[in-house]
Design a protein around this ligand. Structure first.
Ligand SMILES: [Zn+2]
Length: 290
């Protein structure tokens, strides 16, 4: 069976679907199964912010647990690379881009052989919590940018709402978790050379936190609509998160999953820690609406 870029349905919020097995592969971590179309969201291999989905693949009356979902890529010679083994960026030409469902076993069972029709069901509660975590992460970054935009003495790139994009400039890593995220920022020399008043930021972290949390309360209270727009159906087509905030519609390139409205939150808030003089860690916590 020829393999094409995997079609994905998670951008619309899907957690359930039917697909056909197009590839079975195994490596040191066990077996992976690739479907032609899937609702499962994979962790990105170069910017692993949102964890892969977990859930179940059902075939021939048997359920098989999916313990992780990863990117896979096939080169021009047919060699398969899984997750962090992939030597190129997502979407690079000359590769076929796939979503790999990792099974909790060394080899795929006969029910999941190439050509089998499979019922794919994502753990919906975990997905919903990760979607809240990811939307909260973006909202917190926008609120952080807004709160710090006055600390720049030079022009740097602006974010989706027109504030100086501290998050993009200083961000080292971003980790989405159920109902929250942890973002690490570096206040190094290069940031100060770009015109950022890091000393004032670090000295006033509590005041910045309060400003950010007030903005987040306002946004949650607005119940703003949130959605993902896609340029096409496959895992490598560009996807953009849109949120219709009171300040305007924010649009941010994003491969993850999101809430459908900020009405899904009771509260989003942040706290800061400074593990060393050069590092600020922002922890975002979402409380789901009842
Ligand atoms: Zn994102």
């Amino acid at each position: 069976m020829s393999v094409a870029d995997t079609r994905v349905t998670f951008a619309s919020g899907a957690v359930h679907g039917t697909g056909t097995v197009v590839l079975v592969h195994h490596d040191a971590d066990g077996a992976v199964v690739v479907l032609d179309e899937t609702p499962f969201h994979p962790v990105d291999h170069t910017w692993p912010d949102q964890p892969g989905d977990t859930g179940i693949l059902r075939a021939g009356g048997v359920e098989h647990a999916v313990v992780d979902t990863l990117m896979a890529a096939v080169d021009a010679h047919g060699a398969v690379a899984i997750g962090t083994e992939i030597p190129v960026k997502r979407g690079e030409d000359g590769w076929t881009w796939l979503v790999a469902h990792r099974l909790d076993r060394p080899d795929a069972p006969v029910e999941l052989a190439v050509g089998a029709t499979v019922d794919a069901e994502v753990d919906a509660a975990r997905r919903a919590a990760l979607s809240r975590g990811h939307s909260a992460c973006h909202l917190a970054a926008l609120a952080l940018n807004a709160a710090t935009t006055g600390l720049w003495s030079k022009d740097i790139g602006l974010d989706a709402l027109g504030a100086a994009n501290f998050d993009l400039r200083a961000g080292q890593s971003s980790r989405i978790r159920p109902d929250g995220s942890v973002d690490e920022y570096r206040l190094g020399k290069s940031l100060r050379r770009s015109g950022f008043d890091a000393a004032s930021f670090a000295a006033d972290l509590d005041a910045h936190r309060d400003v950010i949390n007030a903005k987040l309360r306002e946004w949650v209270a607005s119940g703003a609509l949130s959605r993902i727009e896609t340029d096409g159906p496959t895992i490598v087509d560009r996807r953009t998160w849109h949120c219709v905030l009171p300040e305007g519609e924010a649009a941010i390139l994003c491969g993850g999953t999101h809430v459908s409205s900020l009405g899904e939150f009771a509260e989003v808030s942040v706290s800061f820690a400074q593990p060393d003089a050069q590092t600020v860690v922002m922890t975002t916590t979402a409380v789901p609406a009842e």
